[in-house]
Design a protein around this ligand. Structure first.
Ligand code: ASP
Length: 499
């Protein structure tokens, strides 16, 4: 691997940092201008996604063929899985403890249905409705009012006591000024994919895929399809087999191995080039997303409405990312957490701006190998696998969100139910793909398993885009720390010869 001078990396990192701050300000204060920048962000995302599959493929095969012997593969594999399980469990435990202590869901309004209750409308302005009772509690954004007897609904724009103002009625008409029966609904994203799946079904899908949707599982039926769909797990599986096969062919395969290794270096070179564009792309991604949320004016009220929940998730993520993982890195990985963290700036900021572990993977691998000097056989194995199944941030978020919903609906959860949440939050995190808001979709698994109302997801929607970025950053940080720890342990065992 060629060494590079530290300064270009530092320059890019500083530029990325400025891009994140500048993008936040631009999106916050100039939302409509920022929305027009979308294409620059998309170019960056496309470039990253373009190299994910070839990078996983080449780096995994190269990593495996670089192993001294098969026992080393077993040792790395075992340590990796153990690390994933331990850290994900700690993350879930932190989430559960925090949400039970803070109780952010208590007093959150979650909608109501009053079948026979009377309502009346302002005669001059039919969008002003007086209900039979005030909407009590802290209200999340995106509420809708439905008049049951007239079959019309509208998004609630403002509430004052019993008086509710809707934006407009849908279907467009002027409803009768009085009536009986209304329902207040929390926001609902329709057609959440995978909504009907339970925990076991999702786990099965992770392993063998789903013929109906074409998703390939760990053991693929069509590796080309897996590559086309960017299903990483099957690509990893196939690459491991190919690497092992090359190794078992011995000298005959030497040239092929060399070509794979060169391809790997070439792809990393492309990643290097892409990173030069990163500041522009990241600026656009951040600005566009905040702009789409309506700028500071648009999303700060939403954030405040369920601020206690957002604070609980964020606090848990900080605790896990800045205390638990660094301690593990220090005591088991024998590395300076501060140096490791500051050297990981590029992938972490990338995760923050793309909300995707998979899109960040090229940067994560590049940083692990170049900045932290990790061997390709460690980084090339632990990181791609981690980007798909090791999601500490997502697991923590799933646990907090599920209990938050239970609290909002006034449902008491005992030890058994909380344990179900813990186990399914872990499974849901494993099942979530490394793409934006995948965790929100697999949330359904947790809610169903614990018998909680699935429509409670509506309470989380308004600021999920923001929490998604934070949890993705912790997901990627967890992978990097894992690679650092496993790298040290393998080195200690003297298994590092032969690269
Ligand atoms: N966006 C996250 C990731 O890529 C997954 C999630 O939605 O929690 O790691």
């Amino acid at each position: 691997m060629t060494e590079r001078a530290a300064s270009p990396d530092r320059k890019i990192l500083i530029a990325i940092l400025i891009a994140v701050i500048g993008g936040t300000l631009a999106g916050g204060f100039l939302p409509s201008f920022s929305r027009s920048l979308a294409v620059f962000g998309e170019i960056f995302l496309n470039l990253l996604m373009m190299v994910v599959v070839p990078l996983v493929f080449f780096s995994m095969v190269t990593g495996i063929t670089n192993l001294g012997d098969l026992r080393e593969f077993g040792s790395i594999g075992k340590r990796t899985i153990l690390y994933y399980l331990v850290t994900t469990s700690i993350a879930v435990a932190i989430g559960l403890i925090m949400v039970n202590l803070v109780r952010p869901g208590v007093g959150i309004y979650h909608g109501e249905r009053r079948d026979g209750a009377a309502y009346s409308m302002d005669v001059n302005d039919p969008t002003r409705v007086t209900l039979s009772a005030p909407l009590s509690g802290t209200r999340p954004s995106g509420l809708r009012l439905r008049l049951l007897d007239q079959g019309v609904a509208g998004e609630i724009e403002g509430v004052r006591g019993r008086e509710v103002r809707v934006k407009k009625w849908d279907p467009a008409m002027t409803p009768a000024p009085t009536g009986k029966g209304y329902e207040v609904l929390i926001a609902r994203r329709h057609d959440l994919p995978g909504e009907r799946k339970g925990a076991l079904e999702t786990l099965k899908e992770v392993i063998v895929g789903d013929a109906q949707s074409g998703r390939e599982g760990l053991i693929p039926r069509n590796i080309a399809n897996a590559m086309v769909r960017m299903d990483i797990l099957p690509v990893i599986f196939f690459s491991i087999l190919l690497g092992l096969a090359f190794s078992s062919l011995g000298r005959k395969a030497e040239r092929a191995v060399e070509i794979f290794s060169l391809c790997n270096d070439a792809i990393l070179k492309i990643v290097d080039w892409i990173m030069r564009y990163a500041p522009v792309g990241i600026f656009a991604l951040v600005a566009e997303r905040i702009g789409r949320a309506g700028g500071f004016q648009g999303f700060l009220p939403e954030l405040l409405a369920i601020g206690k929940y957002a604070g609980t998730v964020t606090g848990g993520l900080l605790l896990h990312g800045l205390l638990v993982l660094p301690l593990l890195l220090y005591f088991i990985g024998r590395r300076s957490p501060w140096r490791y963290l500051s050297g990981s700036g590029a992938p972490l900021l990338n995760a923050l701006s793309t909300a995707s572990s998979s899109a960040t993977l090229p940067v994560t691998i590049e940083t692990a190998e170049r900045a932290h000097g990790l061997k390709n056989r460690i980084a090339g194995f632990v990181l791609p696998l981690g980007a798909t199944i090791n999601m500490d941030g997502t697991a923590l978020y799933e646990a907090v969100a599920a209990i938050f919903i239970a609290q909002a609906y006034g449902i008491q959860l005992g030890v058994v139910e909380q344990s179900i949440v813990a186990v399914t939050a872990t499974l849901a995190a494993i099942g979530a793909a490394g793409i934006p808001e995948a965790g929100l979709v697999t949330m359904v698994i947790v809610l169903r398993a614990a018998g909680l109302p699935v429509e409670g997801i509506g309470l989380l929607l308004s600021i999920d885009w923001l929490l998604d970025r934070l949890r993705t950053t912790v997901n990627v940080w967890g992978d990097l720390v894992g690679a650092g720890i496993i790298g040290t342990l393998e080195e200690r065992d003297g298994a590092t010869s032969g690269e």
